[in-house]
Design a protein around this ligand. Structure first.
Ligand code: C2E
Ligand code: MG
Ligand code: MG
Ligand code: MG
Length: 277
């Protein structure tokens, strides 16, 4: 049905709009074979303790390479998959793959690693979501504590009752949760009182500026204080300089993630303990 809608748009809109929807249609069509053709891969970006710089957990990020389109980044294909519903099967694959990887890391000499998985709004409110997570963990033989579910503020503005229930269920089962890209969404701060997420991730848009201007610094300081007063731990995203890392550690931000420490890497390239210094 989504495909038919796309086709109609393509027919009736002007040249420029037509080009855009053609691009989306190509992606949509290629996505249909992506799982069966093994075109997806998860890469893992370290999240380190701000003081010791030791690896605490990783974030799983989806990569897609197709024979026809080449490498397509998640910022391009995830919104399309969210629009047409493909995100449900893609998201299921991501959860299963992350659970398998968590199980594989069980036996690392350095100990298990928790994997944070991004989920879209449609996935989280899907009636099967908890079952998908349960089954992925059971099939892989992973521990629920090895998975964390990352969601953005966008998830929190619709179907609030469902989202509250899903978050509580995840916590009861032993999974952790985090609020991604904090500060970039549309929602008001009031949702923080309803949704008891464990970790708050400060978007890199704010982190970027902390060593450049006073106002970004003031904002990040306030976000950290607010998160802490709600009992959340804080991850700073997009940390690229030693200067930023130092400031964030001084502000009491517990965890850091960014190119300073490591880009996202395939599982086999993950260094047991990352240290930028
Ligand atoms: P995100 O969840 O906020 O992930 C962080 C993004 O920032 C990643 O981009 C990562 O590669 C990038 N990044 C990490 N450190 C730095 C840094 O120091 N500087 C800069 N400039 N960027 C950094 P990526 O992998 O392209 O993913 C983009 C977005 O796509 C993600 O943002 C997430 O919203 C979405 N996404 C990725 N994988 C999945 C997935 O499996 N499921 C869903 N639903 N969404 C996903
Ligand atoms: Mg994320
Ligand atoms: Mg983020
Ligand atoms: Mg993002």
């Amino acid at each position: 049905a989504a495909k038919d809608r796309g086709r109609n748009r393509h027919e009736f809109f002007d040249e420029q709009m037509g080009a855009k929807s053609r691009d989306a249609l190509l992606i949509e069509e290629a996505l249909q074979q992506a799982i069966a053709n093994n075109e997806f891969q998860l890469v893992y970006q370290p999240i380190v303790d701000a003081r010791s710089r030791r690896l605490v957990k990783v974030e799983a990020l989806l990569r897609w390479r197709t024979p026809t389109l080449g490498f397509v980044g998640p910022d391009r294909f995830i919104p399309i998959a969210e629009d047409n519903g493909q995100i449900i099967s893609i998201g299921t694959w991501v959860v299963q793959e992350a659970a398998r990887q968590a199980r594989a890391w069980h036996s690392r000499p350095e100990g298990p690693i928790r994997i944070a998985v991004n989920v879209s709004a449609a996935q989280l409110v899907d009636p099967d979501f908890i079952d998908v997570v349960d089954r992925a963990i059971a099939d892989a033989g992973a521990a629920p504590t090895e998975l964390e579910i990352e969601m953005t503020e966008r998830v929190l503005i619709n179907e609030a009752d469902t989202v509250v229930r899903v978050i509580d269920t995840l916590h009861e089962k032993g999974l952790s949760t985090s609020l991604d890209d904090f500060g970039t969404g549309y929602s008001s701060l009031s949702y923080l009182t309803r949704f008891h997420l464990r970790t708050l991730k400060i978007d890199r848009a704010f982190v970027n500026g902390i060593d450049q201007d006073e106002r970004s610094l003031a904002l990040v300081r306030a976000i950290i204080a607010m998160g802490h007063s709600l009992g959340m731990s804080i991850v700073a995203e997009g940390v690229e300089t030693e200067n930023q890392a130092g400031i964030l550690a001084e502000l009491g931000c517990e965890y850091l993630q960014g190119y300073l420490f490591s880009p996202p890497v395939p599982a086999e390239k993950l260094i047991p303990n990352v240290s930028a210094a």
